[in-house]
Write a protein that binds this ligand. Structure first.
Ligand code: SF4
Length: 380
């Protein structure tokens, strides 16, 4: 039974220089038409693949909070109409930008059952915020989080980035300190990856993007791990840290290799053993919903081998690693039968280790995660 659903709202009021997500400028877009198409996708999805009770809902983007009050109301009503969940029992997350939330919007979200907010903060250095194309400043973050707390939100997460152009370790330390002073429950910290079709990619090609060295970036990661632990945030995934009990249940769905619905343009889903990708451009998405009920442009039914590989490279992202017992229960084979060779090789390199119950990354393995994940692909 599927317990998680992701909704994609692809609108932004500005475009950040590093962003390769599926998003468009909010102004001039057929937003109402898009929300109606999403409602149809919700309906068709629930009719074809029903579930009894959800455990997590996640609205991401884009910037979901860029929607106007009326649009937000329509969207939240659609969710309530088609997805079965009990307010208060689920984790219901909304992504937000720090300078795009009013008290009214926050109240509307709270009344609709949203109980977790995830803010795209990235850094508390105003100059760096400008460099990466964000329109908020440090003050906006502090004010908005205070406002969210006043409205009654008690589960707040922020995203940070390191390895930004010109960023120093000292600046990143300062950002971490400011993050801790917010007294929030969850922090994600990702390194900048320069993706094709972004402003940063074009600058890099012209030799105009000055990034910290790999060593400096690794130092920032080490610093994040150290400081988070000192401040009571447990690292439960390569880039994610939480106060006990506040781990993102939604993201754990992905890392536990469980199935989930994905609604909206460019959304991915994993349903009945098949991974689907929805059309990204809005017009194509709306058109496909009208014509075929489902906006899939790619569908792939996983083989048993692929499922086992995914169990490893997704599960190894978690600090606890991959459970040997769960692997055996899911696939009726022992993890060691299937992956004896990569486990031995990566352990020898000091990147993996085994406990009685799990196989997991070592501290050094966390720095070289992608190398370890590669070792589990295409070998069965
Ligand atoms: S990073 Fe977020 S706010 Fe910035 S353009 Fe991408 S989706 Fe929009």
């Amino acid at each position: 039974m599927i317990k998680a659903v992701y909704f994609h709202i692809p609108f932004c009021s500005h475009i950040c220089h590093y962003c390769d997500f599926n998003k468009v400028f909010f102004k001039g877009q057929p937003v109402d038409e898009y929300l109606q198409a999403m409602e149809k996708e919700m309906k068709h999805t629930m009719e074809a693949f029903p579930t009894d009770q959800l455990d997590t809902l996640f609205v991401g983007g884009g910037t979901p909070t860029v929607l106007e009050m009326k649009q937000l109301d329509f969207f939240l009503n659609s969710i309530h109409k088609y997805f079965p969940f009990t307010v208060g029992e689920v984790e219901f997350t909304f992504e937000a930008n720090p300078n795009e939330l009013s008290k009214e919007k926050l109240r509307m979200l709270k009344e609709a059952g949203v109980n977790r907010l995830s803010f795209g903060v990235q850094t508390f250095n105003d100059e760096l915020l400008q460099t990466i194309g964000r329109t908020h400043c440090e003050h906006d973050v502090i004010r908005t989080i205070e406002m969210a707390k006043e409205v009654g939100f008690t589960n707040i997460s922020i995203d940070l980035m390191y390895g930004l152009p010109g960023q120093t370790l000292e600046q990143f330390r300062d950002t971490l300190e400011k993050a801790f002073s917010l007294d929030i429950q969850h922090i994600s910290a990702y390194s900048l990856i320069v993706e094709p079709k972004t402003v940063f990619y074009n600058l890099m090609k012209k030799g105009k993007l000055l990034l910290p060295s790999q060593e400096e970036e690794a130092e920032m990661y080490e610093e994040a791990m150290k400081q988070m632990e000192m401040h009571g945030y447990q690292q439960y995934e390569i880039s994610n840290y939480a106060c006990p009990g506040f781990e993102s249940r939604h993201n754990l769905t992905y890392w536990n290799n469980e199935e989930y619905y994905g609604i909206g343009a460019g959304a991915h889903s994993y349903v009945n053993g098949t991974r689907n990708v929805n059309a990204g451009p809005l017009k194509k998405y709306i058109q496909l919903i009208e014509q075929t009920h489902f906006p899939y442009i790619e569908s792939h039914t996983l083989t048993l081998e692929e499922k086992m590989e995914e169990e490893m490279f997704l599960g190894l992202r978690k600090t606890e690693g991959v459970s040997k017992q769960q692997f055996a229960q899911k696939f009726h084979r022992s993890l060691h039968d299937v992956f004896a060779e990569p486990v031995a090789t990566e352990t020898q390199k000091g990147l993996l280790e085994e406990t009685e119950t799990h196989v997991r990354l070592t501290h050094r393995g966390k720095l070289l995660g992608n190398e370890v994940f590669q070792a589990f692909i295409g070998i069965i």
